[in-house]
Design a protein around this ligand. Structure first.
Ligand SMILES: [Zn+2]
Length: 172
């Protein structure tokens, strides 16, 4: 079930969006776009902070007693403006709002980035806990402030891009 619309990246605001929904066997998996910055309008997330947020929040999600069995994947976007979260099922973004908010809030209390020994990580020196906390607090405050704003849950849509040789472009 690949969506027939494309996302207008000029108009995306930070938020929690359904990127795609896939049927896998008899189950469903939903990919959420957890967008931290306004694409192409403000600086992308610092790469070492992004890496630390990946480690801290993946660890948080996979240890949350209510959610750990629903988590399939957590990882950064190549454009460094947000993360992808893949969960079992097909919940609307509003239903995962408390999970995302609590995951980013937990970053502030983190004392060390988990999994940063060279045997656990492919670039173990590329971390910045202080900057990770700065981005996490900023995003959590934004989510709290905009909790009632529908724009943080709904993509701005545009027609799907078709390349010169007739192929459709998909950003994930
Ligand atoms: Zn790593």
């Amino acid at each position: 079930m690949i969506p027939s619309f494309s996302v207008d990246h000029r108009a995306i605001v930070p938020g929690i969006f359904t990127s795609r929904v896939d049927q896998i066997g008899s189950g469903t998996a939903t990919t959420y776009d957890i967008r931290l910055t306004r694409p192409n309008r403000e600086p992308a997330v610092d790469v070492s902070a992004m890496h630390s947020l990946e480690h801290i929040i993946a660890t948080y999600l996979r240890n949350d007693p209510d959610w750990k069995d629903e988590i399939i994947y957590w990882g950064p976007m190549g454009c460094l403006t947000g993360f992808y979260l893949i969960l079992k099922g097909n919940r609307p973004p509003r239903e995962i709002f408390p999970l995302v908010l609590s995951a980013f809030r937990a970053v502030e209390d983190t004392e060390t980035v988990p999994g940063t020994a060279p045997e656990n990580c492919g670039n173990y020196l590329l971390h910045n806990l202080g900057m990770a906390k700065w981005y996490a607090v900023r995003f959590a405050d934004y989510l709290s402030t905009h909790a009632d704003d529908p724009a943080i849950f709904e993509y701005p849509k545009t027609e799907r891009l078709v390349t010169d040789d007739g192929r459709s472009f998909y950003d994930s």
